[in-house]
Ligand binder design. Structure first.
Ligand SMILES: Cc1cc2nc3c(=O)[nH]c(=O)nc-3n(C[C@H](O)[C@H](O)[C@H](O)COP(=O)(O)O)c2cc1C
Length: 337
């Protein structure tokens, strides 16, 4: 059993969840500056894409900085041979671990038989894990998944996964059918831990779903016996989420931090909205496409600019800004008022 860096973390382990179009390299850098979780994950990246000529376009999602270690690359797909090849690539890129997405419930991924659909193809899921392990060498392999597809079948599914001896299983305590609607079933996390202990497995179990702060995360780990907790949506606009002790954060501080986020976004992805010509030419010129439209930054504005007087108007102004300079101007004039 290869626990890799997972075996060195102090429990309860606090993890920042992978979130597509959210937890990019700039977002994660904010967390390394303001309150680092024990482990971070990239957004999910397609193994088919990484094994095709489209690889250059996906390297943007695999950027990280040394400050973000331990950093785990999350990948998805359904072809064991592409998981093997991707594991070789991730080893070369010096990631600390590899995670397989067996939890995403989106229709497109399910139609391709990937992500959460692998719960319905347990033999293929096992083959995929084995192929990643073959390519990963010393890198630990984890699985992020749900407690079932149409119905709860935690013991059957987790028992199946444990046979492959992954370093960790991160369990989102909902079925695919429940999407994000039903409350997370934390009692199922306790069941998974019990099963793991019964089988005398060394695989770590992390629970996930509806945890809004560190105190709640610690309480849930204690109640269920989980080795750790993963937090997702509570991280939006809240780079202090994993900080042990936080003082009251003023509006000025919140907005200053938003501007730091903008600066990091510009550093990693460019400063403005790409022209259609730039978008077309980058791949043709064989450049890795690191540019990301500034409009993607807008989704964070709502989270940072909320909960204070004038926040609504400020948000409306921020949503109109098309680049970092316009954002800075809007915030500058708000703070002068
Ligand atoms: C916008 C968004 C994007 C997500 N993208 C991913 C992803 O790429 N990979 C993954 O395993 N889970 C993804 N998830 C699921 C989260 O990692 C997490 O399991 C889920 O949000 C439940 O945790 P929470 O209640 O703490 O948010 C995503 C969730 C959200 C809200």
């Amino acid at each position: 059993m290869n626990l890799g860096f997972w075996g060195k973390l102090k429990k309860p382990i606090m993890a920042l969840a992978p979130m597509a179009d959210v937890t990019d390299v700039a977002f994660r850098e904010m967390f390394s500056m303001y309150g680092k979780p024990d482990v971070m994950f990239t957004e999910f990246v397609s193994t088919d894409g990484l094994c095709s000529s489209g690889r250059k376009n996906l390297m943007r999602e695999l950027q990280y900085t040394p400050k973000q270690r331990p950093i785990v690359a999350q990948i998805w797909g359904n072809k064991p041979e592409n998981f093997y090849k991707t594991a070789l690539l991730l080893k070369k890129l010096k990631f600390d671990g590899i995670d397989i997405n067996m939890g995403c419930p989106q229709r497109k991924e399910i139609a391709q038989g990937t992500c959460v659909a692998l719960i319905k193809k347990p033999d293929l899921a096992k083959k995929i894990i084995k192929e990643i392990m073959r390519g990963a060498g010393k890198l630990p392999v984890s699985v992020k998944t749900r407690i079932g597809f149409d119905k709860i079948e935690t013991v059957k599914w987790v028992g199946h996964l444990l046979e492959t001896k992954p370093a960790a299983i991160i369990l989102h305590a909902r079925t695919k059918k429940e999407m994000s609607k039903a409350p997370a079933h934390w009692e199922e996390i306790a069941k998974a831990v019990e099963l793991r202990d019964e089988l005398k497995s060394k695989t770590l179990i992390l629970g996930n779903g509806d945890v809004w702060d560190l105190a709640d995360a610690r309480a849930k780990a204690q109640e269920t016996g989980a080795d750790g907790v993963m937090l997702g949506r509570s991280a939006f606009g809240n780079p202090w989420l994993f900080k042990k002790r936080i003082k009251e954060i003023t509006i000025e501080e919140k907005l200053k931090v938003l501007l730091e986020h903008v600066k990091l976004y510009e550093k990693f992805f460019g400063s403005a909205i790409a022209t259609p010509r730039q978008k077309i030419l980058a791949p043709l010129h064989g450049q890795e496409r690191t540019h990301k439209n500034f409009a993607a930054m807008r989704k964070y504005f709502k989270a940072y600019a909320s909960g204070f007087e004038g926040a609504r108007e400020l948000r409306a102004d921020l949503m109109r800004s098309e680049d970092g300079n316009q954002t800075r101007k809007v915030i500058g004039s708000f703070l002068k008022k």
